[in-house]
Design a protein around this ligand. Structure first.
Ligand code: ADP
Ligand code: ASP
Ligand code: MG
Length: 422
């Protein structure tokens, strides 16, 4: 007997037919006395539709009311899945965020899970009832509905798995695992049998949206065993217990998995950043603090920063990137603080992409960054900014060159699938 959390994403839950397929996968997992909790997303496209309604109703929407609206998509699918399981003769019931309860803290629309008291739900699971939980939603400390940021059902699933001490958290999606890069962009992307928490965290944070970044951080902290696998499978497919997908594992476990490790594990891209250049700012102590303090106070995350070499007259240019959605706010804030900062012009560009290569192998191997720069320059792709961490190199390029850059790098690092093996 095992205790398993199964999470199904939006494409898997899109319509009655697909929910029926999900119900049969859940039923197979529950067979043999396993205790099962299922976390579901809203139907694909539904959350976007709800966000759009909020914007139409009030462009300056109150995040607490936004949460009331956007959390509703998951309420629908959790009820529908419970009904479908009941139609198959299973015992099942839904547990909304406030019923579990999933207690959250911090702001609405980007709440964090603080604690989950799942004792009542566990009792029901022990009596053979399948628990169906709408992902993405919780209850704030004021007793109001909260949501955990886009893609947040992954985090709900991992948090539930940690709370109930699950043996495994299976994330069912529309691809059959984590690939060396988005398989929708590079046909030769290879499925990884395993990836370390650290690498997956870095890949997710630079754009591999197959898992929400927070869910990976939480899984790493709580030691939750996560598998990513496909829900688009037939009755004769290998069961999830045989681990057909990609496992997220610790460094130590990775050592024991028999696989040929590359210096680069994966490549991700992100088209959601924007670049700001402030020209002719005073080249003196305190200037960068004047620029970034108001942005930090407004919770605008700055990613890459470049300060150009100072030129004559004690002036320099400062370039940095922020999320595209924050660009109008950032511009307004910088204008407001212009007298303090003392720049000449603000130049903005939201037609950029960030391309990142990630791999723990970089820690012990030099030359990864230079391979990136050489491969991109050989294809005439201009690099506008660079940043690195211990296991990642990122560059900013023109958005139109995204797909080409990802493909070129995938080949350059020897990640392409062997066509004969297919
Ligand atoms: P869900 O609705 O199930 O949560 P998402 O759309 O959030 O699914 O995530 C799955 C998608 O992630 C895939 O369809 C794929 O296009 C994308 N993706 C991006 N990078 C990767 C990667 N490295 N491996 C697998 N999928 C990836
Ligand atoms: N439905 C939410 C979203 O689209 C949460 C999720 O699917 O993970 O962002
Ligand atoms: Mg997702």
């Amino acid at each position: 007997m095992a205790r398993i959390v199964m999470k199904f994403g939006g494409t898997s839950m899109a319509g009655t037919e697909r929910i029926r397929r999900v119900a049969s996968i859940v039923r197979r997992q529950a067979a043999g006395g396993n205790e099962v909790a299922v976390v579901v997303s809203a139907m694909a496209g539904e959350t976007d539709r709800l966000v759009h309604f909020c914007r139409e109703a009030n462009p300056m929407f109150d995040p607490a009311e936004y949460d009331v609206v956007v959390s509703s998509g998951e309420q629908v699918t959790s009820g529908l899945l419970a009904l479908t399981l009941q139609a198959l003769g299973e015992k099942a019931r839904s547990w909304l965020g406030w019923q579990v309860p999933v207690r959250t803290i911090e702001s609405h629309a980007k709440a964090r899970v603080e604690n989950i008291d799942a004792s009542a739900m566990i009792e029901c699971m022990q009596r053979g009832e399948i628990a169906v939980i709408p992902g993405f939603q919780g209850i704030s400390d004021e007793g109001r509905i909260s949501t955990m940021g886009r893609g947040g059902s992954d985090t709900s699933a991992v948090a539930i798995a940690a709370a109930i001490g699950a043996d495994r958290c299976d994330i069912y999606t529309d691809v059959d695992g984590v690939y060396t890069t988005d398989p929708r962009i590079v046909a030769k992307a290879r499925k990884l049998k395993a990836v370390t928490y650290e690498e997956m965290l870095e890949l997710a944070s630079v754009g591999a949206k197959v898992l929400q970044t927070r869910s990976v951080g939480l899984a790493m902290k709580e030691g939750v065993r996560v598998q990513v696998l496909s829900s688009f499978i037939g009755e004769d497919s290998p069961p999830a217990d045989d681990l057909p997908g990609t496992l997220i594992v610790s460094d130590e476990e990775m050592e024991t998995i028999d696989m040929e490790r590359q210096h680069v594990t994966g490549i991700a891209h992100d088209k959601n950043e924007a670049k700001i250049i402030l020209t002719r700012v005073p080249d003196k102590p305190g200037t960068v603090a004047h620029i970034f303090e108001p942005l930090a106070a407004a919770s605008i995350n700055v990613d890459m920063i470049i300060q150009n070499v100072g030129r004559d007259k004690g002036e320099t240019d400062v370039t940095f990137t922020i999320p595209q959605t924050d660009l109008p706010r950032a511009q307004a804030l910088l204008e407001e603080h212009r007298p303090n900062i003392g720049f000449n012009r603000i130049i903005t560009d939201d037609h950029i992409a960030k391309i990142s290569v990630v791999g723990v192998g970089m820690k012990s191997h030099a030359g990864v960054a230079s391979t990136m720069f050489r491969s991109l320059s050989d294809r005439g792709i201009n690099i506008q900014a660079i940043s690195t961490s211990e296991i990642k190199v990122s560059v900013i390029i023109d958005e139109d060159e995204t797909e080409l850059a990802v493909r070129v790098l995938h080949t350059a690092y020897g990640l392409d699938a062997n066509e004969d093996a297919a």
